[in-house]
Design a protein around this ligand. Sequence first.
Ligand SMILES: [Zn+2]
Ligand SMILES: [Zn+2]
Ligand SMILES: [Zn+2]
Length: 781
Amino acid sequence: MIKMEVSMKFGENEILEREQKLFSTEHRFLNRLRLDALCFQLFLLLAILAVISVCLIGAFRGIVSSAPTVNEKQILTSSKTTILYDKDGNELQRLDGSGIRQNYVALNKISMAARNAFIAADDTEYYKHHGVDIRNFFYAFYPDSASAQYAGSRRTLTQKLIRNQIFVSDNNSSSMERIVQKIQEQYLAVQFESEVGKDKILEYYLNTLYFGGNRIGIGAAAEYYFDKKAQDLTISESAVLAALAQDPAVYDPVEQQKSNSNKRTEILSVMLNMETISEDEYEDALGDNIYISLQTANQKKTGTTEAKNYYVSAVISQVISDLKERAGYSATQAYHAVYQGGLKIYTCLDSEIQSICEKEVEVQRQRTGDRKKLQLSLVFMDQSTGKVKALIGGRQGEVPQTGGNRAVDYTRQPGSMLTPLSVWLPAIDTAGMTLGTVQDDCLYSYSENGHQQNTRDQNEYQGLVTTRDSILKHLESPAVQAMESFGIQTGYDYLKKLGFSTLVEKQEDMDGNVISDVSLSLASGTLVNGVSNLDLTAAYGVLANEGKSVKPIFYTKLVDKTGNILFKNEQKSSQLLETASAWLITNVLREYIETGAGKAADLGIEKLPAAGYGASTKGNKDQWFTGYTPYYTAGIWCGYDDSGMITSDISCETLWKQIMKQVHSTKKIEKGSFKIPDDIVACNICTKCGKLAVEDLCNQALSGDTVRREYFVSGTQPTENCDCHVKYRVCKKSGKLATEKCPKSQVEERVYLIKEEQGTTKDTPYVLTPKLRSSQCNIHK
Ligand SMILES: [Zn+2]
Ligand SMILES: [Zn+2]
Ligand SMILES: [Zn+2]
């Protein structure tokens, strides 16, 4: 209380003082001066603002007057032919986008549900704004790269249409140019809306959207996915298509049901909020089990490729994905750029190699007289550049039901094709194992997702085996044990590093179960989605490329309609593995071809080594062979689209051999080598314990010679002598240990194996039993 009074008194005094000062002449003059200065500053500011405004208006006029014109013709038919060339510059194919227009549907032939679903998904304010949403005007200044999603989502439907159809292939520009383009986009949107009106724009929009594959426009999508006309699309179906069109690579309702379904739910709830559907319709749509009917409709189709061959379709999908990732195109925009944008695409296709591959596949087909439509895919690449030289994606003109290309975006189970990469490579490269490390191939139980599992029954388990033997004989039990010991995550990380793009880290299926490839199934090559031939071939290519990464590329250069290089495509290799690790696995894979199960692939060219690996999956649903020379890597897959058991006696190995022989001879390559790294040493080991072989012991083992020359990274080779073999004198007559009394002619030296058996294996007959060790001949007394 006291304090307050004091301060109030103080305040009164202050005001009085100030008043006195203000009215004194001295101060009045000073204030006048200050006021004049302030006026001048204000004036200056206004002048600057005026100049800036004039400049801005000028700039805006410039931007607007340089904007492309927009009219129906341009929206619908702005088309320039794209040309693809092979590696020698010969014209391969022309894409003129013909066929895109044939499914055009007028707005009154598009169901109300479909119109509302797309408005809900793409522009909820569509019927309220005038082409641009003024609240979002400043989105123009957001850099696309920093927040592409954010900036993109703020475009109105009209702007999206203009961006997709008018600004095709002009995206690869500076940030200033991008701002200019976005301003033009908004200007054109306003102009276009006032000219043709909302309904016409919606009609154009729905007819020019990209729905994956070669499907453009809602008419084509409705027919492809639901076998019906756009006017009959239900709410649920419309939401599926609206979700798909967000990005056909991410929301494919057949391939990626879960992500499409999440997006669909999102769209349906927006529709509910916008009151374009009722609560009941919303519930009905959600309960509609649409994905099942969608698959059956889809299975009726036997598609044909618009592209002449599978190589072209692979190039197109790589270009589309690069335009999206590297140049910020929308999916629809990228599709238009490729089919109507007048691009020049310089591909890596080697027409010579392609025709050798096609011819040999035909020869094999004729020979086996296959009648049940066996499919085959082939990837032929140069590992040192990543260039895919040739490709076969199935029988000509028979596209898989899921669309795409069997060599590139079609996945199958790899089976034990994966094991050298998922298990043995990390085992050697990082986990301290060697080719000579010994494990027991025996019945082995392990826990997988809480279930107890046994390794696959091999009829007969091999007993103690080295890493080399496990690879050569496709042994599952040692692979599982090895992966368990060094960790599943490590194996998974190696596959990621090698470039496998279809692995599932963690995913929920439609029933809410969590599924993941981070599991021991990696050791046997059973994956959630399987692998593509392209990824598998490129991964083996890493071994061929001395441990350096291999990025498959289908084209080297992309040139836009004005002759500017949009971008170049090069493999930038990095060292993924120790060179020695790659060489050691290659050494085993050479043996696999030269004397192992892959003998049919042996090129038999003295100075040209080759390495490779083959496998068939459970139930013989898939057959694989992937191999490489110092120059080329090629991978072959065989199987039926319906995953039936392969009945044909087609041999991937033989086909691989014929193609490789011809390609190398056509290219006049007669010799080469897998260069041995400096830090590789060799020594003789006992293959039952992995230690140094002992003369007159390991080579005399009862089971047969167990000595083998093995390669090691210097410093990892064994230093101790074999301790698993023991030599006893045995009386042949009694089969027991010989005594002094046994006649010399009846006594022989036998080398037994010291081992504790976990179950019956091939070792069992040769193991020293306690009974034998304590026995004595009871015949000669
Ligand atoms: Zn030994
Ligand atoms: Zn030994
Ligand atoms: Zn005896």
